[in-house]
Design a binder for this molecule. Structure first.
Ligand SMILES: NC(=O)c1ccc[n+]([C@@H]2O[C@H](COP(=O)([O-])OP(=O)(O)OC[C@H]3O[C@@H](n4cnc5c(N)ncnc54)[C@H](OP(=O)(O)O)[C@@H]3O)[C@@H](O)[C@H]2O)c1
Length: 208
């Protein structure tokens, strides 16, 4: 964690699969207070061995200021419903509509999540790189580019979280920029699976 980001943030990670498990470990190592919310705690015994509290989704959300959704898109409505009140919390949408359409009536998955949790500050983040690079925010020792967008009230905290893991963060702006973040993920997925790049890469930014 850098000097400016050194405050521990209370984070709930909902889902403990590829993304949730890695993010929970990365955020814990960065010094944050992480609680993982799952439906069946017995499936994720390894997280407890990393000192991470594992509980049900509602208890995890209640104990946290930031809640990260790391579940499949078709499970989002169910998962958000299981969290209880989210008023004033930052809700991070780390999902991608892979193999399923963006939910009907919405331009982006992030807009759909916003409709499910209108009282929360929804931020789209952590969806533009393979899960294996979410734990330390880098590829081959170089910080990976991580674009994010969403509610003004939530973005600074998510920027701090992502930087604390090690990402080179680009704050794209408000909810109207969420589509760009989802497009970046579509490009990563296209290169990885349709163009044969495989999963072991991330995007980077050149600066002078
Ligand atoms: N894999 C990647 O490289 C990657 C990268 C960036 C973004 N993403 C996106 O991140 C999301 C998660 O992907 P993943 O690869 O981590 O999936 P995954 O390995 O299949 O894990 C999904 C997790 O969601 C949980 N879950 C499912 N329905 C739930 C519900 N209703 N309430 C609470 N938890 C629920 C599952 O728990 P149970 O064990 O109880 O079913 C599981 O822990 C997806 O939207 C994906 O597109 C994936």
């Amino acid at each position: 964690m850098t000097q400016s980001d050194q405050m521990a943030i209370r984070v709930a990670v909902i889902g403990a699969g590829n993304v949730g498990g890695r993010l929970a470990r990365g955020l814990t190592r960065a010094g944050h207070q992480v609680t993982v919310g799952v439906r069946r705690a017995e499936r994720v015994a390894d997280l407890a061995s990393h000192g991470i509290t594992v509980t049900d989704p509602a208890s995890a959300a209640a104990a946290s200021d930031v809640v990260v959704l790391a579940v499949p898109v078709p499970a989002l409505a169910d998962a958000v419903r299981s969290l209880g009140p989210l008023r004033g919390k930052t809700l991070v949408d780390a999902t991608n509509a892979v193999g399923v359409p963006v939910p009907e009536g919405h331009d982006t998955v992030g807009a759909y999540v916003t409709s499910l949790a209108p009282d929360a500050f929804v931020v789209k983040a952590f969806n533009t790189i393979g899960a294996e690079h979410l734990e330390d925010g880098s590829v081959g020792g170089t910080s990976a580019f991580l674009p994010l967008a969403g509610a003004d009230e939530g973005r600074p905290t998510v920027v701090a979280l992502a930087r604390s893991i090690g990402f080179d963060v680009a704050d794209l702006g408000g909810p109207e920029c969420i589509g760009m973040v989802e497009d970046a993920a579509r490009m990563w997925i296209h290169l990885a699976f349709r163009r044969g790049w495989g999963r072991d890469f991330g995007f980077g930014v050149l600066r002078q």
